[in-house]
Design a protein around this ligand. Sequence first.
Ligand SMILES: NC(=O)C1=CN([C@@H]2O[C@H](COP(=O)(O)OP(=O)(O)OC[C@H]3O[C@@H](n4cnc5c(N)ncnc54)[C@H](OP(=O)(O)O)[C@@H]3O)[C@@H](O)[C@H]2O)C=CC1
Ligand SMILES: CC(C)(CO)C(=O)C(=O)O
Length: 296
Amino acid sequence: MRFTLVGAGAVGALWGLKLLEAGHQVHFVTRKEESQITLGFEHQKPQTFSANRPSLVEDSDCLVVCVKAFQVIDAISAVKSHLHPDTPVVLMHNGMGTANEVLQALTNNPLVLATTSHGALKLSPSVLRHTGIGETRLGGANATGEQCDFLAEVFNHALPNAYWEQEIQTALWQKLAVNCMINPITALRQCQNGELLSDGLQGQLNTLSEEIARVMQAEGLITAPSEVLKRALQVAKATAKNHSSMNRDVHFKRHSEIEFITGYLISRAESHDIAVPENRALYQAIKNLEQSYDDA
Ligand SMILES: NC(=O)C1=CN([C@@H]2O[C@H](COP(=O)(O)OP(=O)(O)OC[C@H]3O[C@@H](n4cnc5c(N)ncnc54)[C@H](OP(=O)(O)O)[C@@H]3O)[C@@H](O)[C@H]2O)C=CC1
Ligand SMILES: CC(C)(CO)C(=O)C(=O)O
């Protein structure tokens, strides 16, 4: 297949390299004026990819958007005029809340939402480390997107395990819940994910999981606070030595995805009239930090 990947960051590079290895054609759209880019796994021969060629966007069989949640709309706007209306578009990012705006911008394209738990880290602009083996879940966001289940097989062949979900909202909410628990706490404490397993945080984690489960239930998902907590602690254990993405954003004084993680939870809680004070406090603390970078 002919893929265009929008965003050559850690996740874009991981999928680009894996899809190429699996025999697909891969073209990147980046924010720089460059007609080719070089990417490779550490200790492996780097690969050269074409970049920013409108004709290759037009000819794409699939467009995969691998940017941060707050960059999705700009990224779609940049490619929209060259995109064939039948080309499936896959959004792969943490957080929720971009799909409706993308559906409005791309009224005809099949839209697929994806969530991955693979870990990837750029050691330099062209060198990538696959830091953690995870899995990828994909599912349709509109009627034509729901017919794109073949993509799960293609993705699974390139980088297992990838699954097609009839109800992608469940997978997205489960990942959102994990991110709501791990990301702001590890960002504010500037600690590794494993610190969530320490006794001192149990009370706060219980409250967060109760609030999150209540919102998920109101959204029609069958879950309990104990499941939300268990899933977050499992991920914290499996990624104990990692720094979460929000931890790194705070460390480097960058804007984080808080608006699309805890912010999304809060907006859904408001629409169901559910109080989520512990999540709100974390949200506000991260927003205050982000404001302080802007003021500096
Ligand atoms: N890294 C990981 O291990 C994991 C990440 N995720 C999620 O995946 C998403 C991507 O993460 P990650 O790859 O780490 O993030 P990065 O910041 O490494 O990559 C994002 C890339 O998108 C590029 N970009 C931004 N806007 C545009 C645009 N308009 N057009 C083209 N390119 C653009 C950025 O370019 P520039 O260099 O110009 O800024 C950057 O290279 C996030 O939601 C993240 O939370 C999920 C699971 C694991
Ligand atoms: C799962 C987790 C918390 C892994 O660090 C993550 O998705 C992130 O850092 O954003």
